[in-house]
Design a protein around this ligand. Structure first.
Ligand SMILES: Nc1ncnc2c1ncn2[C@@H]1O[C@H](COP(=O)(O)OP(=O)(O)OP(=O)(O)O)[C@@H](O)[C@H]1O
Ligand SMILES: [Mg+2]
Length: 251
């Protein structure tokens, strides 16, 4: 389970990112980046964020802590921006939040060095979850207090958009030629040796249990949220064993 907080104040839209995340204060006095359940990308984006964010964290990668944020749509009444007000109004109930890394800088491959070990772990993880959103154009990597942090796992596990074809889709290779860390000679073999054995059925059950039922209920073809949780786990378990041999575009 993720920690649950209640939004008490909408601070500002982040003005970055396609889904227009917002900055909110919550009843625990924390400041969070809020991803709206009512955003056009839909709740599957939030499921992907939780599954991949929590998986990455358990594999020792740095991801800001995730929480669920209960939102009262009236919080947007004073918001002058119409688009933001619309999002607030359509996102009553459970939303996704993550610790706001105040003062973080966007990753610049020309300004920062990444070791082959760390680059290998991140590229291997992105291959596992088929992350298409870590390119040098839009790395979704932040430098905070001298370390690299991963954000934005909404565009992963694309097979969840078509469950009947999930096995075939998850069997495909990963193209890393555009990956932001491709120039850092990622050591994929070392990453696979260290991380693949850690992706077990138990770990994936633990990770998928973090997804709120509200974002899983009512998926066509699945009777219960737990059936759908198992469907998220299955392709990741299969892929973990073989994906290192199917990463394209890296020397
Ligand atoms: N936890 C955080 N702390 C500080 N800044 C953040 C955090 N999360 C996101 N950001 C900043 O906000 C930007 C947008 O966030 P994110 O990429 O998650 O949103 P998105 O709408 O999914 O974006 P995209 O346009 O990539 O689809 C990030 O690139 C980063 O600069
Ligand atoms: Mg992004």
């Amino acid at each position: 389970m993720l920690k649950e907080v209640i939004a008490t104040r909408f601070i500002a839209p982040l003005r970055e990112g396609g889904s227009l995340p917002g900055l909110v204060e919550a009843d625990d006095f924390g400041t969070y980046v809020l991803k709206f359940s009512g955003a056009g990308q839909g709740r599957k984006t939030l499921v992907a964020e939780v599954v991949c964010g929590e998986l990455a964290r358990r594999l020792g990668l740095r991801v800001p802590r995730l929480v669920t944020i209960a939102l009262d749509p009236d919080l947007g009444l004073g918001e002058p921006d119409e688009q933001v007000q619309g999002l607030l109004r359509s996102s009553g109930g459970t939303n996704l939040g993550m610790d706001f890394l105040s003062g973080a800088l966007g990753f610049d491959p020309l300004a920062f060095r990444v070791s082959p070990e760390e680059a290998g772990r991140i590229v291997w993880f992105d291959a596992l979850v088929n992350n298409v959103d870590r390119s040098w154009r839009n790395p979704n990597l932040l430098m905070w207090r001298g370390e690299l942090w991963l954000v934005d796992h909404g565009a992963t596990v694309i097979w969840h958009h078509n469950w009947p074809g999930a096995e075939a889709s998850a069997g495909r290779p990963y193209d890393a030629s555009d990956h932001a860390l491709a120039p850092f000679t990622p050591d994929i073999a070392a990453a696979a040796a260290a991380l693949a054995p850690r992706v077990t059925e138990e770990l994936l059950a633990d990770v998928t249990a973090c997804v709120p039922d509200a974002w899983l209920a009512g998926e066509p073809g699945f009777d219960t949220p737990d059936d759908l949780r198992r469907a998220y786990a299955r392709p990741l378990l299969a892929r973990a064993a073989v994906i290192h041999e199917r990463i394209r575009g890296i020397q």
